[in-house]
Design a protein around this ligand. Structure first.
Ligand code: SF4
Length: 534
């Protein structure tokens, strides 16, 4: 039986006009991963609900009946290394990988999603169009704009679409470099009718996303997802999930959350509450009260992210009753100095109290997230992380404690975008591992090499497109990237430049022409506040 046959669709697709736009909408990973992406579900349903669009889905393992001559091929791009699968799917569809090699016989290839909204530049050569911002409004305005130019030549289409808000056509912006391996000098539109900068589009409604399909084949079997909040008001200085998606928005309990939950629970009893900081919803308590009613007794509830000082005994109790055994909270660092620098408004007492509450509410485990290599971090700050975990263990001895830990990676559009990755990151992870093992705390480090690759893509520019095409043949290890850098020596800047160097404030950034909620001056101000917190 086809995987699609097991889907429970939560909307009613509309009948189509004559000659609808044939669209292939792809997720560059397998079905179970793709269908678990709320963003993918949202955009797909949006296309299905348009009379003038005939959309078909494509994953790396399965696809619906695809049109022979699609006019648009889109990708939802959520995980950096999936670029290799984008190449594979383009080849499968017999579409050239780079935009410059496509002609009138090829569809327009568009992309959206978190990877491209953060920094599309390393992938700029592969897309004809990149949609920047929230899918609500943007997807419809893109299709409406496309309808206006549907019969035009490829170049004319791109030129016209590029004048619309949130639609970025990379080939219509030229990048000048100081020299082949040097910094960027300028990024300019190729003609006067194009805007100098492209603004990320922000949806401001209070009805946020919810699953449009539920399936046992999703990565989280039969999960029905509801977005409770979008963005996070905390603005930890490294945090893309906050800065990139500002302003903080909350779903209306009455108009968005309750109707969505009621709709979803008609087909499943597994509910996921999603958002960068779900418990920051101002009416979170009443949402918990609502879900605590007896008719939801058999509903399993998972919460994506919980702020430390919102872990009350009541919340822990609720989660325990709803089949959740552990809670995950991000402390980033046990050092108050580092938390001051990164603007993490959290005290040691609050961390310990969260563990006490989790234990009292019946939870069995607590997982913390931390980071090494944050700016100004010394070994004594890492010792402070070890100390706080010791204190947590003492205060809540029946909890299984885990620390998941990554190395700081600079992210575009955040105040820490100018910092490089610490070369000492791996040693720091090992130091933590050795010392946490001694006190019986489970340590789950994220690979340092993976952080290096993430940083490369996070701060990459268009010169990386050659490199990405080379590495696809070499594999996903850091060694493969180093080999590709060696091959391109003299053609592009070294790995060091993208990953480890501290960049200067004022230098032209690869994403300089792409604007998010905060201007660069504000990011600089936040950076200076951080440094003065030492
Ligand atoms: S609290 Fe978490 S989601 Fe919010 S800004 Fe800080 S790290 Fe990001």
């Amino acid at each position: 039986m086809s995987l699609f046959a097991e889907e429970k669709i939560l909307f009613k697709p509309v009948s189509k006009d004559v000659n609808p736009i044939p669209i292939i909408y792809a997720f560059p990973n397998d079905y179970s991963v793709g269908i678990t992406s709320l963003g993918y579900q949202l955009v797909w349903a949006n296309f299905c609900l348009r009379k003038d669009v005939d959309v078909r889905r494509l994953f790396t393992d399965i696809h619906e009946n695809l049109p022979r001559f699609p006019e648009l091929v889109g990708f939802s791009f959520s995980w950096e290394l999936d670029y290799v699968n984008i190449f594979k799917l383009l080849e499968y569809l017999q579409i050239p990988i780079t935009s410059k090699d496509r002609d009138e016989n090829h569809p327009l290839v568009f992309g959206g999603g978190p990877v491209l909204t953060a920094n599309p530049e390393p992938f700029a050569d592969f897309f004809d169009i990149i949609l920047l911002g929230d899918a609500e409004n943007l997807v419809d305005s893109f299709v409406d704009s496309y309808q206006e130019v549907r019969r035009a030549s490829r170049q004319e289409k791109l030129q016209q679409l590029a004048t619309k808000p949130g639609i970025y056509v990379p080939s219509l912006y030229s990048v000048e470099y100081e020299d082949k391996t040097g910094k960027i000098k300028a990024i300019k539109p190729v003609n006067n009718s194009l805007p100098d900068t492209i603004e990320k589009q922000t949806y401001r409604g209070n009805i946020l996303a919810a699953s449009t399909v539920v399936t046992p084949k999703a990565a989280w079997e039969n999960i029905y997802m509801v977005e409770v909040v979008r963005s996070c008001p905390e603005m930890c200085r490294f945090c893309l999930a906050s800065y990139l998606t500002l302003p903080f928005r909350v779903a209306s309990v009455e108009n968005s959350l309750i109707p969505a939950i009621e709709r979803g629970l008609t087909v499943t009893n597994r509910l996921g509450l999603l958002g960068a900081s779900v418990t920051q919803h101002p009416e979170f308590e009443s949402l918990i009260d609502y879900l605590s009613q007896p008719q939801f007794d058999d509903v399993r509830v998972s919460i994506a992210s919980v702020r430390t000082n919102t872990v009350t005994e009541k919340l822990a109790n609720f989660l325990t009753k709803r089949d959740t055994k552990s809670i995950t909270i991000a402390l980033e660092s046990g050092s108050e100095k580092i938390r001051g620098i990164i603007n993490k408004k959290l005290t040691n007492e609050e961390i310990i109290q969260a563990a006490i509450n989790a234990q009292a509410g019946g939870l069995k485990a607590i997982k913390f997230y931390g980071m090494v290599g944050l700016p100004q971090e010394e070994y004594e700050d890492i010792d402070a992380t070890i100390e706080i975990l010791k204190a947590v263990k003492k205060a809540a001895p029946s909890l299984k404690i885990t620390l998941g830990c990554s190395t700081f990676v600079p992210k575009s559009h955040t105040p820490f975008q100018w910092f490089g990755v610490s070369k000492d990151g791996n040693k720091r992870l090992q130091y933590l591992e050795k010392n946490l093992r001694k006190i019986g705390i489970d340590f789950r480090p994220e690979s340092y090499n993976w952080s290096v690759i993430q940083a490369l893509i996070s701060r990459g520019d268009r010169r990386l497109s050659k490199l990405l095409q080379l590495t696809r043949h070499y594999g996903e290890s850091l060694g493969s990237y180093k080999r590709a850098f060696k091959e391109l020596k003299g053609e592009i800047p070294p790995l060091e430049y993208y990953v480890h160097e501290n960049w200067q404030i004022g230098q032209v950034l690869p994403w300089q022409h792409l604007k998010t909620a905060l201007r660069e001056e504000t990011l600089v101000k936040h950076l200076h506040q951080s440094l003065s917190a030492v």
